[in-house]
Design a binder for this molecule. Sequence first.
Ligand code: 4AD
Ligand code: MG
Length: 464
Amino acid sequence: MKNISSYTTVREIYEAIAGNNNEMDGKLVVIDGWIRTNRNMGNIGFLSFNDGTCFKCAQLVYDNDTINFEQAIKAKLGQAVTITGVVSLTPGQKQPYEIKLKEFVLVGDVDDTYPLQKKKTGFEFLRTIPHIRPRANTFNALYRVRSVLSFAIHEFFQGEGFVYVQTPILTSNDCEGAGQAFKVCTEDKKPETDYFGKPVSLTVSGQLHAEPFALTFRDVYTFGPTFRAEKSSTTRHASEFWMVEPEIAFATIYDDIDLMEDFIKNIVKYVLVNCKDEMQFFNDRIEPGLLDKLNRMVTESYEIVSYDEAIEILTEAVKKGHKFEYNEIKWGMDLQSEHERYIVEKVFNCPVFLINFPKDIKAFYMKQNDDGRTVAGVDLLVPGVGEICGGSEREADLDKLKQRIKELGMDEKTYEWYLDTRRFGGCPHAGFGLGLDRLLMFITGITNIRDVLLYPRTYKEILY
Ligand code: 4AD
Ligand code: MG
C-alpha cells in the first residue's frame, strides 16, 4: 500500500488515471456513494457504484476478506454506503480501474418500495417521481449538462463584458402583452385592496426591466425563471421555465443576430468539451447522430430567412402537395411549429433566423420597419425543437412606440417608466430571449420539456 487512506471521489480517480497518474495504483481510498448494481458470484462479487461526482460509475470488487462481506453480498440498488478499498488499475479493460474492497459500510438502506429497478423504466413513469429520477442515467446526465450549460451562459456573457442584472419576478407589467401572466394575490380580494394595491403577476420576461440597464451599461443580461400561463400541453411549453435575455445598446437586429449565433455556438461548444461522457451517452442512447448535429451547429453558419420568404416557401410546399395540419398558408398568420420545422428540417437543414414578422403578431416594443407592415423581430429555429430564441431590435422612437401602445389598447400609464428609456438618452438597441429548457432539449435529443426540467410545471400538471 503506497498511501495512507484518504477520502476521495470517483471523478478524482478517473481524472488522475486519464492524466497518466500511476500514483493511484495501489492507493487506499474511502468514498461515500450509492450502489447501482450488484453481481454476486459466490465468493466474489462486483458492485457498480456512483458517488455523484461524475457520470461514470466505479466497479467495486468484494470477497471473503472484505469487512462486512455478508452485507456486501446483499447490497441493493439505491443503498447509501461508505467504502474503503484499494485502487487497482485495469488497463485494457472496459473501466480503467476497479476498487478492491477492504470494508463495506451500509449508511442508508432502501426498502422494498424503491421505485428504480435495474430494468429500464419509461420516461413517463419517471415523470411521476421527479425527486428520484436524477438517479436514473438519462436524468443524471441531463441535470449535470443543465448545470454546465447554465455556467457556460454566465461565462460567455461575463467574458464579453456583459453586466448580469437580476430582474424581478413580481411585476405590474406584461412584457409580451399576450395576457399569459399568472396573477399574484394573497387573498381572494380585488387587486386594488390586495397586498400591492394593484394588479401584479409573475414575470413572462425580464426584458422591460433589463432595457434601462442596457442603456446604462451598454451590454447586460438577465437569467432566471419565467412564467407563462399558456393553456396548452405541448412537448415544448412549460408554465415555469428558464430564460436568458441579453440586451445590447447601440445595436441593430443584425448585431442581435450575430450575438445570438456567437452565443449559441460558444455555449454548445462548452458543453461538448465539458460533458463528454454525458454527451456520448445521449448520442448512443437518445439521439443517434447527435454529436454530428451539434458539431455542425458550432461550425456551420446559419441561414437568415424573412417571414415573407417563409410564406412563399410554405405556399409553394402546399401547392406541391405537402399537407400541414394547418394548411391555410397566408401572409399575416403566426407560423405553427409544423411550419417552422418544415422550413428548418426540409428546406434548409440547419438553424434558421426567421426575421421581419408582421407587426400584428408580435409584441409592442419591436422596431417598426419602414414598410409599415413588419417589425424587426427575429426567431432562431433549430431542427427538432423549432424556436429556441426570440428577440428583436427595439422601437427607439418614442412617438411610434406610444402610438403602438395606444393601437394595442394597452394602459399607457403602466408603461410610462419604460417610455423614459426613449425620452432620456435613448438609442437603437436590441436583445433576445433564449429558452434554456428548449436549448437543453436540442442539445440532449430529449423530446419532451417535462424531462429537461427538474420539477416540471405544465398546464394542469404540478406534482409538488
Ligand atoms: O419569444 P419569447 O416570448 O420572447 C420574449 O419573451 C422576449 N421578451 C425576449 C427578449 O427579447 N428579451 O420567448 C423567448 C424564448 C422562446 O424562444 C422560447 O425558447 C422560450 O423563451 N419560451 C418558452 N420555453 C418553454 N416554455 C414556454 N412556455 C416558453 N415560452 C417561451
Ligand atoms: Mg417567441
